[in-house]
Design a protein around this ligand. Structure first.
Ligand code: IPE
Ligand code: IPE
Ligand code: MG
Length: 246
C-alpha cells in the first residue's frame, strides 16, 4: 500500500478502495497537435509520455490491471499514412519500453484482432513482449490494439459455435469464458480523455457496471495527477449494481 505522507498527490485517496482495473480511452492526440500547428502524428508521439506517466502512477497507487485503447477496429478508416505511422509507432514504443516495464513487474498483453492488416513485425514484437513479461504480476497492462468491443463479442460467439456450445448452455459465464482474456476482471473505472462523451466500441461487454469518468484533458497532457483525480471521483461513487445502497 502506498504511503500518503510520502506523496501529497495522493491526498484524499483511500488506499483500501483502489479500483482493481482501470481502462483508458487515450483520445485527443490529433487535436493536441493541431493546437500547436503540428502534424497529427506529433500528438501520438507526445502520447507516449502520458502513457508512461499513467502506468507509473497506476503502479504507485497499486492498480492491478490497466487497459489502454491504442487502436480501434474503426481506426483503419484513417488516412493510410497515419495508420502506417501508428503501426510503426506502437512497435517502436514496445521495443523502447518493454525492458523498463518488465523490471517494474508489468505483464504486457494485447487484446484485439490479429488480422492480416496488422504488420507481421508488430505481431512479433507483441508476442515477444507478452512472452518476456508473462510471469509478472505487479500489474497487467493490456494494450487494446485493432480492438473493437463488437468484434470481441462476434469472436466470442464464433468460438462458442466452433466449440459446439449448445444453445441451452449459453450463459453469461460461457460468453465471458470465450472473450479474449477470460481472466481479466471487468474494469471498475473507465477514463476517456479529450472531452468526448462516448465509448467508441471499447470493452462493451466488460464495462456493463464500470464507473465512467470523462476528462477534458487531451491525452498527451494526461498525467498521473489526472488518474488520481479520476480515482478520487471513483471513490465518491456508490456502486449499486442494480441493488440498493447498504
Ligand atoms: C487518439 O487520438 C489516438 C488514436 C485514436 C489512435 P486521436 O488520433 O483520435 O486524436 P483526435 O481525437 O483526432 O484529437
Ligand atoms: C477511440 O478514439 C479509439 C482510441 C483511442 C484508440 P477515436 O478517436 O477513434 O474515437 P471517435 O472516432 O472519436 O469515436
Ligand atoms: Mg479521437
Amino acid at each position: 500500500m502506498f504511503d500518503l505522507n510520502a506523496n501529497p498527490g495522493l491526498e484524499g485517496i483511500d488506499p483500501k478502495r483502489i479500483p482493481v482495473h482501470v481502462a483508458c480511452v487515450m483520445d485527443g492526440n490529433g487535436r493536441w497537435a493541431k493546437k500547436r500547428g503540428l502534424p497529427r502524428t506529433a500528438g501520438h508521439t507526445a502520447g507516449e509520455e502520458a502513457l508512461m506517466d499513467t502506468i507509473n502512477g497506476a503502479l504507485e497507487i497499486g492498480v492491478k490491471w490497466l487497459t489502454v485503447y491504442a487502436f480501434s477496429t474503426e481506426n483503419w478508416k484513417r488516412p493510410p499514412d497515419e495508420v502506417r505511422f501508428l503501426m510503426r509507432f506502437n512497435e517502436s514504443l514496445l521495443v523502447r519500453r518493454r525492458n523498463e516495464l518488465h523490471e517494474k513487474g508489468v505483464r504486457i498483453r494485447f487484446t484485439g484482432r490479429r488480422d492480416w492488416r496488422v504488420p507481421r513485425r508488430l505481431l512479433r514484437r507483441i508476442d515477444e513482449s507478452a512472452e518476456m513479461t508473462r510471469d509478472n504480476r505487479t500489474m497487467t497492462l493490456t494494450i487494446a490494439f485493432n480492438y473493437g468491443g463488437r468484434a470481441e463479442i462476434v469472436d466470442a460467439v464464433a468460438s462458442m459455435i466452433a466449440d459446439g456450445v449448445q444453445a441451452s448452455k449459453v450463459s453469461e459465464k460461457i460468453i465471458r469464458s470465450h472473450m479474449y482474456f477470460s481472466d481479466m476482471p471487468d474494469p471498475d473505472l473507465v477514463i476517456r480523455t479529450s472531452g468526448e462523451y462516448r465509448i467508441s466500441n471499447f470493452l462493451l461487454w466488460e464495462l456493463a457496471y464500470s464507473e465512467l469518468f470523462f476528462s477534458d484533458v487531451l491525452w498527451p497532457d494526461f498525467r498521473r495527477c489526472h488518474l488520481f483525480e479520476a480515482i478520487r471521483e471513483y471513490q465518491r461513487r456508490d456502486r449499486r449494481y442494480g441493488g440498493l445502497e447498504v
